[in-house]
Design a protein around this ligand. Structure first.
Ligand SMILES: Nc1ncnc2c1ncn2[C@@H]1O[C@H](COP(=O)(O)OP(=O)(O)O)[C@@H](O)[C@H]1O
Ligand SMILES: Cc1ncc(COP(=O)(O)O)c(C=O)c1O
Ligand SMILES: [Mg+2]
Ligand code: NA
Length: 299
């Protein structure tokens, strides 16, 4: 059942209102020409930065059922597999089972794993998820997209300099993934954060201008854009990083500016920080590269 159109299975959260998880990832992937099958691990009214969290979680048996249906109907051929936010070790282990099944169908399946665990020194999933990512999931991934904190958790190493970052990246490669992307680090200054991507012995750094707000769903958007451009550029790491970050910059800046039009000062509430993904469809399809990645000189 293979064809020219790449096919992704994305297992992530769904929110009724707003943009995280599949709501953040599916539209960009579709716009960029991917067939996207998606399973919603939760259905919440909103993401968790809002005051009230209401909704349902998919049970592991229910996830099994959905996969069984795909298998029985022979529509379980995928070129890509994408996973994000998971809330229990059991659900992560289920993802591993699914990954193994998908790889039986397509040994060349590309698995992009965003090991979502936390940010800025704080874990926002139960701590017993860490050993499952570290010892079971990450070793099976082709591409991982941790932020600094997640990369530190997985390796047990601290990142205080670019040199530390490169050592951590090396340690992550040793676990299995051929491509390691640090979606953001605090190695920059007050104006920029630094992203680093590494594959086949080559590393690129990209300086990401900071926007003065906290966004939710940007990590999910990052992973989906990276997956898409990695495929579309035939694994050109520089172009993939540039397209991914240039798109994110436009969306994040536009979201911030529109929020500031409504509320000129003070902390922006979550409903005004929802990513303007739909409004930037043309940018997603056709990003203008505004930020260049720089190759890091070999050690
Ligand atoms: N405050 C911000 N200013 C500018 N860009 C941001 C900001 N927050 C997120 N981004 C963009 O989103 C991407 C992913 O964010 P990151 O925080 O690394 O994801 P996560 O922590 O959810 O994995 C970054 O690479 C950056 O391009
Ligand atoms: C339900 C849900 N899924 C996913 C995320 C992940 O968002 P991000 O892309 O910012 O890591 C969040 C964050 O709050 C969430 O509430
Ligand atoms: Mg973050
Ligand atoms: Na990330």
């Amino acid at each position: 059942m293979s064809s020219d159109t790449p096919r992704v299975l994305s297992i992530q959260s769904h929110v009724v209102h707003g943009y995280v998880g599949n709501k953040s990832a599916v539209f960009p992937l579709q716009v960029l020409g991917f067939e996207v099958d998606f399973i919603n691990t939760v259905q919440f009214s909103t993401h968790t930065a809002y005051k009230h969290i209401k909704g349902q979680s998919l049970k592991n048996e229910e996830l099994d059922d959905l996969i069984d249906g795909l298998t029985m109907n022979e529509v379980d051929y995928y070129t890509h597999f994408l996973t994000g936010y998971s809330r229990s070790p059991d659900s992560l282990k289920k993802i591993v089972e699914i990954l193994k099944k998908l790889r039986e169908k397509n040994p060349n399946l590309n698995y992009v794993c965003d090991p979502v665990m936390g940010d800025n020194g704080k874990m926002y999933v139960p701590e017993d998820i860490l050993p499952v990512y570290r010892d079971i999931v990450v070793p099976l991934a082709d591409v991982i997209t941790p932020n600094q904190f997640e990369a530190e958790l997985i390796t047990g190493m601290k990142m205080n300099s670019l040199q530390d970052a490169l050592k951590i990246i090396e340690a992550l490669h040793e676990k299995g993934p051929k491509t390691v992307v640090l979606s953001s680090t605090e190695l920059g200054d007050e104006y920029c954060m630094i992203g680093i991507a590494s594959t086949a012995g080559v590393q690129y750094q990209i300086n990401i201008p900071k926007v003065d707000a906290t966004f939710t769903g940007t990590g999910d958007l990052f992973a989906s854009l990276f997956l898409a451009w990695w495929h579309k550029t035939n694994n050109n790491l520089k172009l993939t990083l540039e397209n991914t970050i240039s798109t994110l910059q436009i969306i994040v800046k536009d979201t911030y500016q529109k929020a500031r039009d409504v509320q000129p000062t003070g902390k922006i509430p979550p409903q005004l920080r929802e990513l303007r993904i739909i409004q930037n469809k043309n940018i997603i399809e056709n990003p203008k590269i505004t930020i260049n990645a720089i190759e890091l000189s070999p050690k």
